[in-house]
Write a protein that binds this ligand. Structure first.
Ligand code: DOR
Ligand code: ZN
Length: 347
């Protein structure tokens, strides 16, 4: 049987939620990934190191006993972020970065930044102290077409930002377009990008496949096929600027199957298997380890994991749903087949 053994991967973009929802989902990620960059868009958001450390403890308390999973924490940048919070992040052992959400862009982003240029003094400090800025790269202007929001973000906000802060460490999160791939590839700055399984596997037809498909809805929204192909080429290229971040974003079934359904795809139960499928289809399985297990750690200055995982080429069916707090959640590929299966954690 065909197998693939790689260094245990890290998920460098993850939503874990809080409370009972957190307890429902964290084990799925911890069974695949050694570490994860945990997004701060709780309600209310995580805006201080103190809050992030308390959230980290709640995550650790929710893990199955014996788990060595390590949550890497982030803070939510707001219009009211205090300058000394940046120094606090730089000094923190457990908090790694600030996350920029444009106000109104996505789940719990009401407290996001209204005008990025107003945050320039804070970003200048991040640049000086080497604190990474993680960006949700979309504009939210109502006059900009939903499918164009990433490329307009590049032109209007990202390019000017990086012209001004030439040594800023920045991660362009969950990229979805050929323009984002090109921008990251050609940049002379200290920048990288995360890539999700859904943007590698699916194009926007999946949203309208014989009916409206709320479980395929995430933000940034799935794009047309030519963009998906560009994102696959980037992920599988062995360029260390592109690395794994699932953006697994759990919402209860009824919050998605709703007249105003939430954005987010829950991929934690089969994430590494789906990435393996994409790399195999591209004929680049030998590049999976860099993308999944090395490049993200290198970007963040973390040691590469010492544990290995083994994937086996074997069909299995993803469950239709999982328990989620007092309700249920529908994962990516629900009721459908995955072609790779995670076997063991070799110590
Ligand atoms: O689809 C998404 N879901 N995109 C995001 O940016 C946020 C996330 C969430 O937290 O649900
Ligand atoms: Zn996200």
């Amino acid at each position: 049987m065909e197998t693939l053994t790689i260094i245990q991967p890290d998920d460098l973009h993850l939503h874990l939620r809080d409370g009972a929802a957190l307890s429902s989902v964290v084990a799925a990620t911890a069974s695949q990934f050694a570490r994860a960059m945990v997004m701060p868009n709780l309600n209310p958001p995580v805006t201080t190191v103190e809050q992030a450390l308390a959230y980290r403890n709640r995550i650790l308390d929710s893990l199955p006993s014996g788990s060595r999973f390590e949550p890497l924490m982030t803070l939510y940048l707001t219009d009211n972020t205090r300058a000394d919070e940046i120094a606090a992040v730089a000094d923190s052992e457990h908090v790694y970065a600030f996350k920029y959400y444009p106000a109104g862009a996505t789940t719990n982003s009401d407290r996001g930044v209204m005008d990025l240029t107003k945050a320039y003094p804070l970003i200048e400090r991040m640049e000086k102290l080497g604190v990474p800025l993680l960006v949700h790269g979309e504009v939210t202007d109502v006059d900009v077409d939903t499918f164009d929001r990433e490329q307009v973000f590049i032109d209007r906000l990202l390019a000017p930002l990086l012209r001004r802060f030439t040594t800023l460490k920045l991660v362009f999160e969950h990229i979805t377009t050929a323009q984002a791939v090109q921008f990251v590839t050609e940049s002379t700055g200290n920048i990288a990008a995360t890539i999700t399984p859904q943007h590698l596997l699916y194009n926007r037809n999946s949203l309208f496949n014989r009916g409206l498909r709320p479980h395929a809805y995430c933000l940034p929204v799935l794009k047309r096929e030519t963009h998906r192909q560009a994102v696959v080429r980037a992920a599988t290229s062995n360029n260390p600027r592109f690395f794994l971040g699932t953006d697994s974003a759990p919402h209860a079934r009824l919050a998605k199957e709703n007249s105003c359904g939430c954005a987010g795809i829950y991929s934690a139960p089969c994430a590494i298997e789906l990435y393996a499928e994409v790399f195999e289809a591209a004929g680049k399985l030998d590049h999976l380890e860099g993308f999944a297990s090395r490049f993200g750690a290198q970007f963040y200055g973390l040691p590469v994991n010492k544990v290995f995982i083994t994937l086996v080429k074997q069909d299995w069916q993803v469950p239709e749903s999982f328990p989620f707090a007092d309700t249920e959640i529908v994962p990516i590929r629900a009721g459908e087949t995955c072609h790779w299966k995670l076997l063991t954690n070799e110590k």
